[in-house]
Design a binder for this molecule. Sequence first.
Ligand code: PMP
Length: 366
Amino acid sequence: MGNTALNFGAGPAKLPREVLEDVQSELLSFQKSGMSIMEMSHRSKEYSKINNDAQAAIRKLLNVPDNYRVLFMQGGGLGGFAAVALNLINRTGSADYIVTGTWSNVAAKEAAKYGKVNLVYPLADKPGSIPDQSSWTLNPDASYLYYCDNETVDGVEFPFIPNNPHNVPLVADMSSSIMTKAVDVSKFGVIFGGAQKNIGPAGVVFVIIREDLLGKPMDMCPTILNFTHINKSNSVHNTPATLSVYIMEKVLQWIIKNGGVEGMQKQSLEKSNLLYQTLANSNGYYSCPIDQNVRSRINIPFRVGGEKGNEELEAKFLEEAEKLKMYQLKGHRSVGGIRASLYNAISKQDVSLLIKFMEEFQRAHS
Ligand code: PMP
């Protein structure tokens, strides 16, 4: 008997069961080698193949053009925030940031250590919305324009790629949205994120970077955050998180096998529509504070017991959910309430079970 928990966590998050079973089957002896992949050199032919296959899978899934490189790094999404600035802000000394929630705000603060950061609009007076693009102030001399495609904590997702009239390199944090939808990579300078939500376990950061942006880091840029060094060494400059890359490679193959990003996108829309519909049908018992047009398909925050939420009911909701083995539904500590994360490994069936529970909970507690 295995683990039958329903894991709605925001990350680390549910991984496809098939992938975990596959990992389990070769954990003690990778391809009859008599040792685990964890015990092998990052310069072995076995790991080199995994490293190259993972890059190739990302290229295939996102149709990455030839003039882009795919890198694997460490340091988490947060490391990525610093790396972006350390590698790119040098060109003009300043960068534009679109702040739509928690993570883009953290990223802007991190970048401000290394250069001048302009917010394209003042910090939102109304969280949970994206001001109209006509009101943004974009600097033609920005080294890059930065945004977070999907704010994991707040549940705000860009339904579009931001306008970039000055054609500066566009940088996107896609930690929580990567491989959930088709993306035109050619519009971007850099796409990066932690793998631990849609494409693997924690420990690896993917970076997709246009080649001409390499080679211009700040002098102070630490070697392990230096895109140019990591690229030159094909992501084995120092010891990478080999086990994480190995599992990520398997998740990427699982995505390819299950319809690619188009398949994931279709499912993602279906799953999130089902859940938002449940909120809409609850007569205000469940409510989502985010503007309709920027609601995330992936991380869905909601309150129980009315618009402001009833903390007692929410605690009960979490307690009863856990009795049904539905875990990690608690909202981020900064926003409270409930959050359901519907990453790629979450099936429609999982969402239906959550909805059934929500409907029963409402009947029993209103
Ligand atoms: N960006 C986004 C969109 C995230 O969701 C997170 C983490 N949840 C981060 C960055 C930070 O990632 P890490 O914890 O790997 O540093």
